[in-house]
Write a protein of this length. Structure first.
Lengths: 452, 452
């Protein structure tokens, strides 16, 4: 907390020390004379109930219990956890046990191994039954320019659970997109109803862990939850507009889409690339996740044909501009024509070399700044979704210089509201998840409310 | 060719120049007095047939035609291509047209934009109907330590086609694993029969592009091929032991598995990680692709429990060692116990911090070299498959230093015969593809040949 820069007062409590990190240290919670808002508890499991009682007596409103060794490990632990539940009922809220706590940049608070998390707030919330993901998601997300309102690792959820958090985040003005990693829910019907409600106004992107046989077994020994049947969860996702994702990467990819492309609504896309094989793969990848790549009208095809070389290209959709190093004016013309006359909802640009990724490409570097700028200008001028794919081409330890150049361009696009993906498959899936949200939201709302 | 370091003689042919890059230049092919083995043709499409005729007259055995603008673009182009076919019939082999040619490090030859490809040979062949992938696959593969015997971009395949190449590679002593990107085949029955034959002795990893509706449309304007029905291709993959992949990443991941883990045979795995959520996701990811995560015998569970902290861990399979920074001795103990008593075919190690990926982790760095070494030692001692997952955690342009450290560790593992994957999902899919190959190969071979 100190190195993260918490601005309020901090009172270490420890019976054996009089000073910790230069702060006056108290033997017991009750010894602190000033009022305290929140406690973070890390004592061994057996001692936790007593400490929470002391916090209650002190008038502390909420605590987080980081300690593990409760319901998830034994009957004895189960009993300890039941004690916590009884204490909570007397008027104190408990996050955990078996968790990493809360990251809330606006409040200057971070989770246990989160001293390096960004200090700035952002519009995304993440609730996680897993402590590990409460670290990995914000850490990786930060590199994608994603910033958080609140991240809550809530572990065993003995008191504050996923439903309470959803209710809170629905009202939280700081939060625009809700994301979560969930293993099991405490109250299925309440959770389902809330999910339906909340996702009417804010997208809820959920990664449900433990849907397979051995996954459910792992859930049990992790947070002591029941994983739930895959069929039940299928129905939950179908009957709410919550967005289902199956990996950390898909969670972040989809969040990026909601941050930069909402309210995108359609499924019609045009992949634009600099190579024929790539346009084939782009079509396959888009169609496999439920996007469509509609054939362009003849008029537009003719127009596009006048902008690209005559051989080794394609203008029917996808558009193959013939080389990963097109002239900036040609790429600009293609993107503008497609977005104004192509009847598509978004363009995905892949296999255009926006950065020098290998030594042999240095000769092509003359107009790179200009080429990089094209998608930004087009997106601004036409205010339509443009998505970039910038794969890691230079993979070895000896190619780090090129990876640095690629990352700089990624950061630039992200700063301009253009989402960037590592592969075309991932870009397509994120767009499909985005479109699916609006489709289901419209279908679920009353007929009089539903748009096109 | 010159900057790649071709060691033989090179004869530029150009009617307007007497010297190119310091080499004596000939007006016509026939003017060269010495014998010539191979020609690379880049003249405009209309002039190609005449030049190939000249090569034939000169006694050249084979040519590659890089020029585009044949069958894939117009009827006129189709006629030009038919001329090439007639000339080939007279006794010269043609690769292309509409291709990037051949990369063969042993022969000092590379494809058009491949001057930066590795000079060393390796056991992997790649045949590609797409020129773009003939560049991207070797370039990315090189960062994963994969080296090639031959890469052939064969484009429209007017003469030398995928079947000829498969036949060649079956006999090629340099090639142990065959990979390919294919859009359409010339002779379905011959291709299918060859695939069955070849994959009895060498794995054939195939990415078939254009299996969706719009993908097939894109195939037509790319290499003038017919894409073929998905159902037909499903049957081809089921009835041969060829390995089907759906993206460039999966092709490389699977290749890595064959290079380092063959002859791996089973589907039973144990994910080992440093976090409970991760073991849940590992179980899900493994089961979703058809691997199994069998519950460990009580005896082994007890043994493992004695090696990891009592709370916040799991020993039933997957194994959660409780922290991404385990003591080296504890990780060693776990890996050895699992490989000797767990009855699994492979271990997948995920979420163990083998490199310092963030500033806050620097405090944990004391025994890093020792921790990194554990999987290498265990794999060597027990000679059983160990697979590493080393995700890119530090994504932003400001975190390049950590990415550098991660890549160094990747390179080290690859040099020790341990495949490395970027995500657990990708590791699991590669292992499933590997296991599937041996299963189908055994099932297809005669009953008297089939093993367990």
């Amino acid at each position: 907390m100190l190195s993260f820069g918490y601005a309020g007062k901090t009172y270490p409590v420890n019976p054996r020390e009089s000073q910790i990190l230069g702060l006056k240290t108290y033997s017991r919670v009750g010894d602190i004379t000033e009022p305290v808002d929140f406690a973070s508890i890390t004592v061994p499991a057996q001692a936790v109930p007593e400490i929470v009682e002391e916090c209650l007596a002190k008038g502390i409103k909420a605590v987080q219990v980081l300690t593990a060794g409760f319901r998830e490990i034994s009957e004895e632990g189960q009993k300890l956890e039941e004690q916590l539940i009884s204490i909570a009922a007397k008027g104190i809220r408990i996050i955990g046990p078996n968790c990493f706590g809360v990251y809330c940049p606006a409040g200057g608070q971070t989770i246990l191994p989160g001293e390096d998390f960004p200090r700035e707030s952002g519009p995304v919330a993440f609730i996680s039954q897993s402590g590990g993901y409460a670290v990995r998601v914000p850490r990786q997300a930060s590199g994608w320019g994603i910033r958080f309102s609140k991240v809550v690792s809530y572990g065993n959820a003995c008191d504050v659970n996923e439903c309470d958090l959803l209710e809170y985040l629905r009202e939280d003005a700081e939060t625009r997109v809700i994301t979560g990693y969930i293993e099991g829910v405490k109250d299925g019907p309440r959770f389902f109803k809330l999910l339906q409600e909340v996702s009417k106004t804010k997208p809820v992107i959920l990664w449900k862990g433990g849907l397979t046989h051995s996954g459910a077994r792992a859930v049990h020994s992790h947070t002591g939850s029941l994983g739930g049947e895959e069929a039940v969860w299928d129905a939950v996702f179908k009957q709410s507009s919550a967005i289902r994702v199956n990996s950390l990467e898909e969670l972040l990819d989809t969040t990026l889409a909601f941050l930069h492309l909402a309210p995108y609504r359609g499924r019609k896309v045009c992949p634009v690339g600099g190579g024929g094989g790539i346009t084939v793969a782009a079509s396959d990848a888009c169609e496999r996740v439920g996007l469509s790549v509609p054939l362009f009208p003849t008029q537009l095809q003719k127009k596009l044909a006048s902008m690209v070389p005559p051989a080794g290209t394609s203008v029917r959709n996808p558009v193959d501009v013939g080389s990963p190093f097109p002239l900036p004016a040609a790429l600009r013309g293609v993107l503008e024509a497609v977005l104004t006359e192509g009847g598509v909802d978004a363009i995905i640009v892949d296999e255009i070399e926006m950065s020098i990724s290998t030594p042999s490409m240095k000769g092509f570097g003359g107009n790179h700044g200009e080429l990089t700028q094209v998608p930004v200008d087009v997106k601004k001028r036409l205010d339509k979704p443009v998505v970039m794919v910038l794969p890691v081409e230079a993979i070895g330890a000896d190619a780090l210089e090129f990876e640095g150049a690629r990352r700089n361009i990624c950061d630039y696009y992200l700063s301009q509201g253009i989402p960037v993906y590592l592969t075309l498959e991932r870009a397509a899936k994120a767009l499909a998840n985005l479109a699916g949200y609006y489709e289901r939201r419209d279908a679920i709302s009353s007929p009089s409310d539903s748009g096109n």
